[in-house]
Design a binder for this molecule. Structure first.
Ligand code: KG4
Ligand code: ZN
Length: 422
């Protein structure tokens, strides 16, 4: 008897994850093993990533089944990330998923990682009582605009449901250089913060002035591609479809580097790095220390929004100009993302917006996007924080419409590191 259970497996970068999801939206388990080994190198080392995936894949899948209370025999399909991602890292998940599908005689479903991030939001919309988007409006030419923003990607997609209830996507914008998360991580590294730097920048920005350092945001005009001189005969819809909303983030990172040089910050950065390491904070999560859980007995200084508190004494390692620099940098990234997203939403007549991927956990981005969406009367939705970063539940969720449509992968499935969506 079918249980509608899909086992999802994700191994595209530095998280080994397995999840059991029922009916495309009910998460029975979602185990994520993050590879801490990369923190020592300030970025993901591909060879180490593959080795760590190999080590983790069996225990992670076993734990996902255990937590879900499900036996291998109960699974109806195995879903796995096909790409984009690191070739060796993807290979571990795909090889394991293929073997499992073969051994259990169950279908194998290949999922694009970026589509997974989009379904991290869509799956929550299917849960009763979840706020946000109206599933009835998902059909049509341009009902949804999705910003997928992470360490490896910054893409804008128009997404809509086909009459068969599978999904189709069209890319209408992307970063022309660094991904937004990459810019966060690189700027954080320049300032002596642990890897990945995004969550640190987010937590520390609450204590700085976002207007202190004037970062200029690269303006990439919505430009026509292909035929730039449309003939009168061309339909206006066709001309509208030629317009893109690309972004750029590498200039911001360079501006931080220049700021560090100009203000001779290198010695204080080296001191901070050593102090954070000595205090054992270089592998800690900033959320454990700079929290907004309200008053407690061991509080340090309150942040400017008075909801954020420094529990671990982390702030003592940061001078005010550095906190201001962090807040200003974050604000520039948020402006960049928000501007491109809302310009695209208006241009294509999107009926709702999704923001997803690791950077969608950023509190300033959520606040800014939510405020603008309310102003424009557009529904907007984000994943929970746990589903923002890489996880396998989103892979199993994205596989569900394919499962129903019998869109299965061949047993010759291989990693596609540069896999595109739309
Ligand atoms: O989606 P994800 O887990 O992996 C990729 O597919 O890349 O995203 C990881 C990225 C990292 O660059 C990390 O620094 C960033 O998301 N990130 C954040 C926050 N949380 C994670 N960036 C800014 N603010 C955050 N709160
Ligand atoms: Zn991702």
């Amino acid at each position: 008897m079918p249980h509608d259970l899909i086992l999802g497996i994700e191994s595209s970068c530095d998280e080994t994850s397995a999840a059991v999801v029922r009916g495309g939206h009910e998460v029975l388990s979602n185990v994520v093993a993050s590879q801490l080994v990369h923190a020592d190198y300030g970025g993901v080392v591909p060879e180490l990533a593959s080795r760590e995936h190999l080590r983790a894949i069996v225990p992670v899948v076993r734990e996902a089944l255990q937590r879900a209370g499900v036996a291998y025999a109960n699974l109806d399909a195995i879903a796995v990330t096909e790409g984009p991602g690191l070739a060796g890292a993807l290979l571990v998940g795909i090889t394991f998923a293929k073997s499992l599908a073969f051994g259990l005689d169950r279908p194998l479903i290949a999922v694009n990682h970026l589509e997974g991030h989009i379904h991290a939001v869509l799956m929550q919309q299917n849960d009763a009582g979840a706020p946000g988007l109206d599933a009835e409006t998902w059909d049509g030419p341009a009902p949804l605009l999705a910003l997928v923003v992470s360490g490896g990607h910054t893409h804008l997609y128009l997404a809509s449901r086909t009459p068969q209830h599978t999904w189709r996507y069209r890319n209408v914008g992307k970063t022309l250089d660094d991904a937004a998360g990459e810019a966060f991580d690189k700027a954080a590294k320049l300032l002596g913060l642990p890897y990945p730097g995004g969550p640190w920048m987010d937590a520390l920005a609450a204590f700085g002035d976002p207007t202190a350092v004037p970062f200029t945001v690269a303006q990439i005009k919505a430009k026509a591609t292909g035929n730039t001189a449309p003939k009168l005969a061309r339909e206006s819809a066709e001309a509208r479809d030629d317009v893109r909303f690309d972004m750029s983030f590498s200039g911001l990172k360079t501006a931080v580097r220049r700021h560090v040089e100009l203000h001779a910050l290198a010695p204080s950065i080296a001191l901070r790095q050593a102090a954070l390491r000595a205090a054992g904070l270089d592998k800690a999560s900033p959320r454990d220390h700079l929290t907004n859980n309200g008053p407690a007995t061991d509080l340090g200084a309150p942040g400017p929004d008075s909801g954020t508190w420094d529990r671990g004494g982390i702030l003592s390692h940061f001078d005010q100009p550095t906190l201001d620099l962090i807040a200003s940098f974050q604000s520039a990234i948020v402006r960049n993302l928000t501007r491109a997203t809302f310009a695209a939403a208006e241009h294509f007549g999107a009926r709702s917006i999704i923001v997803t991927g690791g950077v969608s956990a950023n509190s300033a981005l959520r606040a800014s996007m939510t405020a603008l969406a309310a102003q424009r009367g557009l529904p907007i939705a984000f994943p929970t924080i746990a589903l923002s970063t890489d996880n396998a539940a989103m892979i199993a969720a994205a596989a569900w419409p394919k499962f129903l449509a019998h869109d299965f992968a061949l047993d010759t499935l291989e990693p596609t590191p540069q896999l595109r969506l739309g």
